[in-house]
Design a protein around this ligand. Structure first.
Ligand code: MG
Length: 334
């Protein structure tokens, strides 16, 4: 995917426009004070424990805006429908989109619908674009950050992380991918895991009000492993984490053991990873834990100038490098 992007796609586009340009490959682009993003959703099956393509298409875009520190204000929706899709399915998906949009407080303001012939798409593809605006929570966060260190940031970019920053994950990892897999034909394992799909904008606003957040990202495709490597690479710091501090549901651990996949590489749809100035990390953690979305939040490690890449102390006391995932261990979960 990365090679395809770097070879065929990015070189054709003018990637250096804006405060956070396309070339930064961050969660959203930023131009002036407008945050802009888009996400295509091809999840299979369309309905899975804890969510469906509708809730996913709202949360994915809302979260990519919210993790920049912005307030998501509007969504646009494109539906590509395969001829023959049952009307009840479409109705269920639209109900889900309506509920998710209402809960996040982000309305759908524009849309487009196309029908393609049988076989030209797998049932339904939903693409969601969204815009966000600079928020007073972000400004408050930056003011507090400026008091404790002398750097001035404008957005919560992946490249802002500094040695000493604490790394917080807002809850258990791996739930979404395992929930989708558990109901897919051919896997046939029993699991009570439900997807974590949910919009995080309200939780993130509360955390920003505490202040001291330096960078933030939603660990979607490639999971926690990919997110931490992006922080490390773009910020030019190492990140050390402690496996025993990473929240993982027992059912996810069991399923990962059976399937031979690493829970750190599985995509999540309702989690945020934050780098926080050490002076504020405990307060941000406490704030997250008081929210329903962040009740299992944990400080899992810190950035360091002593190492390169991402290094994890394992439960049995060894150390291993956490590489960015090469393939997609669980394709079509988002
Ligand atoms: Mg993202």
């Amino acid at each position: 995917m990365r090679e395809m992007l770097e070879t065929f796609i990015l070189p054709k586009l003018k990637g250096d426009v804006g405060d956070v340009p396309l070339s930064a490959l961050d969660d959203s682009g930023v131009i002036d004070d407008i945050v802009f993003t888009i996400d295509g959703h091809t999840v299979k099956p369309l309905f899975f424990p804890g969510g469906d393509i509708g809730s996913l298409s709202v949360a994915g875009t809302v979260n990519d805006i919210a993790v920049m520190g912005a307030r998501p204000v509007a969504l646009a929706l494109s539906l590509v429908i395969e001829e023959g899709l049952e009307s009840e399915v479409l109705e269920k998906v639209m109900d889900s989109i309506a509920r998710a949009s209402e809960k996040a407080g982000v309305p759908v303001m524009a849309g487009d619908t196309k029908v393609v012939e049988r076989g030209a798409a797998d049932k339904l593809i939903v693409t969601t674009s969204g815009i966000g605006v600079r928020s007073h929570w972000l400004d408050a966060n930056i003011r507090i950050l400026k008091k404790i260190r002398h750097t001035h940031i404008r957005w919560l970019k992946d490249s802002n992380v500094q040695a000493g920053d604490k790394i917080i994950v807002s809850g258990t990892v791996g739930d979404h991918g395992i929930a989708v897999l558990s109901c897919r034909d051919g896997y046939g394992f029993e699991s009570d895991i439900v997807s974590d799909v949910c919009s995080l904008n309200h939780m993130i606003e509360k955390a920003l009000a505490i202040g001291g957040i330096v960078a933030m990202k939603d660990p979607t495709r490639g999971g926690l492993a990919n997110t931490l490597n992006e922080f490390a690479e773009k910020s030019g710091v190492g990140i050390e984490i402690d496996e025993s501090l990473i929240p993982i549901n027992p059912g996810v651990k069991t399923a990962c053991g059976l399937l031979g996949i690493d829970p750190l590489e599985i995509g999540n749809e309702g989690k945020a990873v934050m780098a926080v100035a050490p002076e504020k990390a405990d307060a941000v953690l406490e704030c997250l834990r008081a929210t329903p979305e962040g009740k299992d939040a944990s400080i899992i490690g810190q950035a360091s100038s002593e190492i390169k890449g991402v290094l994890m102390t394992t439960i049995i006391g060894g150390r291993r490098v956490v590489e960015p995932p090469i393939g997609d261990p669980v394709p079509r979960i988002c």
